[in-house]
Design a protein around this ligand. Sequence first.
Ligand code: NDP
Length: 484
Amino acid sequence: MAETKSFEYAPAPESRAIVDLRSTYGLFIGGEFVEGTGKSFKTISPATEEVLAEVSEASEADVDRAVAAARRAHTRTWSKMSGAERGKYLFRIARIMAERSRELAVLESLDNGKPIKESRDVDVPTAAAHFFYYAGWADKLDHAGLGPSPQPLGVAGQVIPWNFPLLMLAWKIAPALACGNTVVLKPAETTPLTALLFAEICQQADLPPGVVNIITGAGGTGQALVEHPDVDKVAFTGSTGVGKAIARAVAGSRKKVTLELGGKAANIVFDDAPVDQAVEGIVNGIFFNQGHVCCAGSRLLVQENVSDEVIERLKRRLSTLRVGDPLDKNTDVGAINSAAQLARITELSKAGEDEGATRWSPPCELPSSGFWFAPTVFTGVSNTHRIAREEIFGPVLSVLTFRTPDEAIAKANNTPYGLSAGVWSEKGSRILWAADRLRAGVVWANTFNRFDPTSPFGGYKESGYGREGGRHGLEAYLKTGDAR
Ligand code: NDP
C-alpha cells in the first residue's frame, strides 16, 4: 500500500486588532451604558485564561431600573410605532451586524472559545439572518395566522446561555421586537461581551432608548429578572434544572413562558446510508461548537451490520480534526467554555469508563493553559449508562447499535429529552417513517445541526416548551385569542 503523507498546517490566526475591548463594562439601560450598583466580575478567554474585561453584576435594583426602562419604552414609543417603522430599525440592526460581522466573530471566539470559522460562518451570519427575517414580519403580523391585529405582550425578560451567545440573543430579541415588545436580556456570566457589543449596535442604529436593555450578571441576576413582577414574558434557554426552577417561579403569574432546555439527541444511521456523508454528519452533530449544543447528536445509533465500518471511518476522520487556538482559521475544535463545564465533561466521561463503555480519542496535543477536552468516542454504550442519558454538553459521543428500525426508534425515544434527532438513509420512505415516530422537535434527514430563521425550533418533554424561529416564533411574543 502506498504510504500516506500528512501535511502540517501553518498557523492562520485571525487578527484580534479589530476588537476594541474596554477594560470595564457597565450595564446597558435606557439606551446608555450606566454603572451597576452591585459587584463586578471578570470575563476570561477560555482558551488562555486571559482576563478580557471586568463586567458589572446587575443587582436587584439594577434589574428594576432595566425593567422600568423597558416598560417606559414600551408604553411611550415602541408599542405605538407602526410595524413598518419597527421593521426599519430591525433591518438597520441586521445590516450593522453584517457590516461588523468580523468584529462580532472575533469577540465571540475570544470570549466563548469557539473556532473562528464557526463564529464567522455560522453564529454571526445566522444571527443577522434572524434580524433580517423578523424585520420582514414586523408589518405583517395580521397575516401570521394568529388572528386579526395580534398585540405585543409588553416587557420580555430573556435569559440566555453561553454556547451561542450572539445567536441566542438574536433568537430572543429579533421576534420580541418585531412583535412590539421591549426587552431586558441577561447573557451568561461567562460570555457577556457580544451582547454588550450588540448594545453598541443598538445605539448605532438609533434604536429608541429602553427598547433593548442588556444586564450582565450571574444566576441571581437571571432569577431577579424572571421573577420581576413587571415582566410580562419570560424566555429562557439553558439547563433543564434551571428551566424547571423558572417554571415553578412563574407558575400562577400572568407571565407567558418559553423554555428551550437540554437534549440528548439520537443520530440514527441505517445500513443503506451513504457512509462518508453520514460520518461528516456525525462529526458535525457532536463536535461542532465542542459539543456545547443543546441539539447535539450526542447519541449515535448505528445499525449493527455497518457499525464496524462506520466507527472505523469515524475514527479515521476524527484523527484529522485540529484542536486548538479558537482564533486560528484552521481550528475545528476550540476550547471548552469554562472550568466548571470541563469538570462536568470530565466527570461524566469517567462515569462512562466506570460503567464499562470503551473510551477512544484521537492522538492530539492539547494546549497547556485554558480549558480543553479531546474529541472522545465511547463504544459499547447501553441505554442505561449515564453517558447515554445525561446531557454531557461537550465533545463526547456515545455509540449504541440497533438491529431493526423499530429498535432504533425505541432507543432514540428512550430519553427524558426530545429536542432533535437525525436520520441517515438513502430511502425517503424510511426517513419519513422514522421522522413520524421520533419524539423530537426537529428531525434532520441526511444532515445535522442546520439552523434557519424560517424554521421553528423547540422541544418535547424535558427539552422545554414553546417554539423559536419561523412564523411559530411570533406566537410566543403576541397576545392571541383569549389572552387578548
Ligand atoms: P444554566 O441553565 O445555569 O445557565 C443558563 C442561563 O441561565 C445563564 O444565563 C445563567 O446565568 C442563567 N441562570 C442560572 N440560574 C438561574 C436562575 N435561577 N434563574 C434565572 N436564570 C438563571 O446553565 P449552565 O451554564 O450552568 O450549564 C449547566 C449545564 O446546563 C451544562 O452542563 C449543560 O448540560 C446545560 N446547558 C444546556 C444548554 C442548552 O442550550 N440546552 C445551554 C447551557 C447549558 P449564569 O451563566 O450567569 O449562571
